[in-house]
Every structure is written in structure tokens, then in C-alpha cells.
Design a protein. Structure first.
Length: 134
């Protein structure tokens, strides 16, 4: 994602295109798996850690990033523009793999429940990877 596209994305969501925000979103764009705040902090090393938490919280509220609880005591984050997927996490080594899953349409779920709409869902699978199972 180019710097111009990142700036456009931020402005579209009513956020200023600061160097730290641009650096964080560029970093997240390069990631193939969700990453924690510690790794995100490295992308904007000159920023105060409190600022990074606030920034990521703003991004999550604006649906620029998605937060995932992958079972290691903190949220991991990835850009929200990725195709819909779930995660498979190895409980032994912590490896993360994307899983393309379809659990039925939202419309069919709404017919069976008392909900009016569904805005999103999150599923994480935990197990042991092939490498750890050896």
C-alpha cells in the first residue's frame, strides 16, 4: 500500500495522516499474520507506547484494523481490508495460519435467531501444528 493510499484511507475515516499512523499502517500492510502491539511499536519507534495503543484503538473503532484474541494474553492486529478468514493457532509453538471458512450465510443465521443484523464475527481454532506433533 503506497503512502498516498494510506493517507487517503486515514482521511476517509476522519483521521489525520501523521507520520506515525502512516508508518504503522504501512507495517501492518506488509504483515502476513496478525501481530501484537510490541511488534507494531517497532514500526513507529519514535512514538510513545501510549500513543500506539490509542492509535490502534482508533483504527479498530474505524474498522481499519481487526483485533484478534489468539490465546496468548493480548490482542493481535491485522488490516481489515484482507479477505474474510479465521485463524488456526498452534498451542505449542504459537504458529498462526489463516483458514478460509464459511459457516453459513448471515441471512440463515438471522432467520434462526432473535437478532436483526450481524455486523461481524470472529472464530479462532486452537490445536497443534504438524511440526510440533512430530
Amino acid at each position: 500500500m503506497s503512502k498516498d493510499k494510506i493517507q487517503d484511507l486515514l482521511r476517509k475515516h476522519g483521521l489525520r495522516a501523521t507520520p506515525a499512523r502512516i508508518a504503522v499502517l504501512a507495517f501492518l500492510h506488509k504483515q502476513t499474520r496478525p501481530v501484537g502491539i510490541t511488534k507494531i511499536q517497532s514500526a513507529a519507534a519514535k512514538s510513545n507506547p501510549t500513543t500506539i495503543y490509542r492509535m490502534i484503538d482508533d483504527f479498530a473503532q474505524k474498522n481499519i484494523v481487526h483485533a484478534h484474541d489468539l490465546g496468548h494474553g493480548h490482542n493481535d492486529y491485522e488490516l481489515a481490508d484482507r479477505p474474510h478468514h479465521h485463524h488456526l493457532v498452534c498451542e505449542s509453538c504459537g504458529a498462526i495460519e489463516d483458514v478460509d471458512c464459511h459457516t453459513g450465510s448471515y441471512a440463515s443465521i438471522l432467520k434462526r435467531t432473535a437478532f436483526h443484523n450481524i455486523s461481524r464475527h470472529q472464530t479462532t481454532y486452537f490445536g497443534t501444528c504438524k511440526q510440533c506433533a512430530k
